[in-house]
Design a binder for this molecule. Structure first.
Ligand code: BTN
Length: 249
């Protein structure tokens, strides 16, 4: 990595051969005053990748693309719209390399029920840190995630390099994130998100901040939160958490 990145021009790109976590590296760069605008942090090998809800992201042998897109925040951004816009940007980017992808709420990209990409969005100082992990070159996974993970190579995509995927991601995610400041653009994004959602109109188990709930996902609200109808017919809105798509009996 890479001369190809020069074609990105701006934003500024920081490349490390090895780092613990590109999100953590982004925080260090911000604290050191090295970032003052939109930026991209990436690496050949990530050793301590962090996931949502305290999970980790395994970069097995440097086969995943690990990148953090740093977005300078405006004063009145609709930050609650960010996870959905990011998910759609990543979905768009990866759809250039593989078909039949979908988004599991809030922002996992899956194919055939297996995870291709995960996203960790954090707010830090006046920046959004959009951490994206994509399994690109993996031909196999460790036993503990073998049944739940896939990669672009396994999916038979035209063997894109990590650089190819990075360039597409940067283009699509920064472009998609622009939608959060426009009501009209965000409404259109929400319609597209629903169309590729693997969660809408399914019986799911939701692991939210307030505990676990099971029910039917009736819809997403105007910022992409789940509207869940539980088994007693009560409706609730869930804004953070994870879902399990296993059919609930
Ligand atoms: C998840 O699925 O729980 C989110 C995984 C996010 C992983 C990416 S890899 C690049 C960036 N740096 C990190 O430490 N995490 C994100």
């Amino acid at each position: 990595m890479t001369n190809d990145l020069a074609q990105l021009g701006r934003p500024v790109v920081f490349f490390f051969n090895e780092t613990d976590s590109t999100n953590t590296a982004a925080k260090r760069l911000i604290l050191e005053g090295k970032i003052s605008e939109d930026a991209v942090i990436t690496c050949a090998r990530q050793t301590n990748g962090r996931g949502r809800r305290g999970r980790s992201w395994l970069d097995d042998g440097g086969n995943s693309l690990c990148v953090t897109l740093v977005k300078k925040l405006g004063i009145a951004e609709h930050l609650e719209r960010l996870p959905l816009a990011v998910a759609l940007g990543v979905y768009d980017a990866l759809s250039s390399f593989s078909t039949n992808l979908g988004i599991k709420w809030p922002n996992d990209i899956l194919c055939g029920g297996k995870k291709l990409s995960g996203i960790l969005v954090e707010l830090f100082d006046s920046y959004a840190l959009i951490g994206v992990g994509v399994n690109v070159l993996n031909v196999d996974f460790p036993d503990e995630i073998k049944s739940i993970a896939t990669s672009l190579r396994i999916l038979g995509a035209n063997a894109p390099s990590k650089d190819d995927v990075l360039i597409k991601l940067v283009e699509c995610v920064f472009s998609s994130v622009k939608a959060i400041s426009s009501d009209e653009a965000f409404s259109a994004a929400l319609v597209r998100y629903k169309a590729v959602s693997l969660t809408i109109h399914k019986h799911v188990c939701v692991f939210g901040a307030a505990g676990t709930a099971t029910g039917f996902v009736k819809d997403f609200d105007d910022v992409g939160r789940i509207i869940l109808v539980d088994d007693n017919g009560y409706e609730s809105i869930i804004d953070v958490g994870d879902v399990s798509l296993r059919e609930v009996e």
